[in-house]
Design a protein around this ligand. Structure first.
Ligand code: FA5
Length: 335
């Protein structure tokens, strides 16, 4: 028995070495610790063992399973760190001949602020499963909320993620509770384009799970991020919103800095730019993520980084940011 358990760990490590992407690791995960894995078979055989064998092997088998799960989690973290290409601090940028993209700059700033507030940065796939993008977030098939986030469905059965919220479920699965993660990345929607809607844009997800978390904590985090980005208090308003994965849900709007709130084409003459969707995480989400909601609660938010870059650098049309027109980027002079 000892020998077989050791061999399982060795071969798990071998297979993980060949994994290039998270999906590969998840396949290995299901092979080694999934329902039909050898370790689960051994575990379920425990009940038929003699009392002596149970004593002898029980904790050894359980510890092996825990060790395998830990090895897999570490492997996912290492891959996420490697693929953190959005803000790879090790790359030397030739800023004499250009500048970082405005969205890259605000993304780095927001992640740095959240890191200082104790958040761990995690990255996830842009090509997602329906489960993580919708079902796991309490948006079942045929739910009208899917219409709010139409997307591109791929031939392989996957889709382009419509928000960074799938990282809520993935992180709960990987790390459990308590949890404090920030997940920046590219998102996609089948949208009608206008001055503040793109089909490809960036968001950052924030999620906190702990004991006795309040809406006050959520509002503090959001206000603090914006205060640090703009180096002053900015005028925001909190409106009731609807997301099937939070209850209550809110939208946070920011005073449009293109027109100073008077109204302009960028804010569609409202004086406000919708910047963040957020709320207290819905009980169903904890259920899908495997977190005990009797003990833990918390909040989540999705901040639009592309719109934040527009406000910070006074870019009046979102389409400029994906245009690849270097002249428009030079104009911002943001080295
Ligand atoms: C969401 O995407 C939710 N996942 C946010 C959330 C997370 C709610 C966690 C609750 C808990 P929404 O569709 O409102 O919500 O988008 C969030 C932000 O992304 C918007 O406020 C906006 O800043 C940005 N955004 C959304 N659609 C676009 C678009 N087409 N172009 C540019 N930015 C967009």
């Amino acid at each position: 028995m000892e020998e077989e358990l050791k061999k399982l760990i060795v071969s798990l490590n071998e297979e993980l070495k060949t994994c290039q992407k998270e999906a590969d690791i998840l396949n290995v995960k299901s092979k080694y610790v999934g329902k039909k894995s050898r370790i689960m078979e051994i575990l379920s055989g425990l009940k038929d063992m003699s009392t002596d064998d149970k004593k002898k092997y029980g904790s050894l088998i359980n510890n092996t399973k825990k060790e395998m799960e830990q090895i897999i989690t570490t492997s996912i973290e290492e891959l996420a760190n490697k693929s953190n290409i959005l803000f790879d601090d090790t790359v030397e940028y030739d800023i004499e001949n250009g500048s970082l993209h405005p969205v890259t700059i605000v993304a780095k700033e927001v992640t740095d602020i959240l890191k200082r507030m104790g958040f761990t940065v995690v990255m996830g796939p842009e090509m997602e499963s329906e489960y993580y993008n919708f079902e796991g977030l309490n948006i079942p098939k045929d739910h009208p909320a899917r219409d709010m986030q139409d997307t591109y469905y791929l031939d392989n059965g996957q889709l382009l993620r419509t928000h960074t919220s799938p990282m809520e479920i993935r992180s709960m699965e990987n790390y459990g509770a308590p949890l404090r993660i920030a997940a920046p990345g590219r998102t996609f929607r089948n949208e009608d384009l206008d001055a503040n809607h793109e089909n490809t844009f960036f968001q950052i997800e924030g999620m906190v799970i702990d004991k006795d978390v309040t809406i006050g904590n959520l509002i503090y985090v959001v206000q603090n991020v914006l205060r640090e980005i703009f180096k002053r208090d900015v005028k925001i308003r909190l409106r009731p919103g609807f997301f099937p994965f939070t209850e209550p849900s809110y939208e946070v709007d920011m005073n449009c800095l293109i027109c100073g709130g008077k109204g302009c084409p960028t804010c569609k003459n409202s004086g406000w730019i919708e910047l963040i969707g957020c709320g207290m995480t819905h009980p169903m989400v904890y259920k899908y993520g495997g977190v005990d909601h009797e003990v833990y609660n918390g909040f989540a938010f999705g901040l639009g980084l592309t719109r934040l870059a527009m406000m910070k650098y006074k870019i009046n049309d979102i389409r400029v940011l994906n245009s690849g027109d270097l002249r428009s980027l030079e104009k911002f002079d943001i080295h």
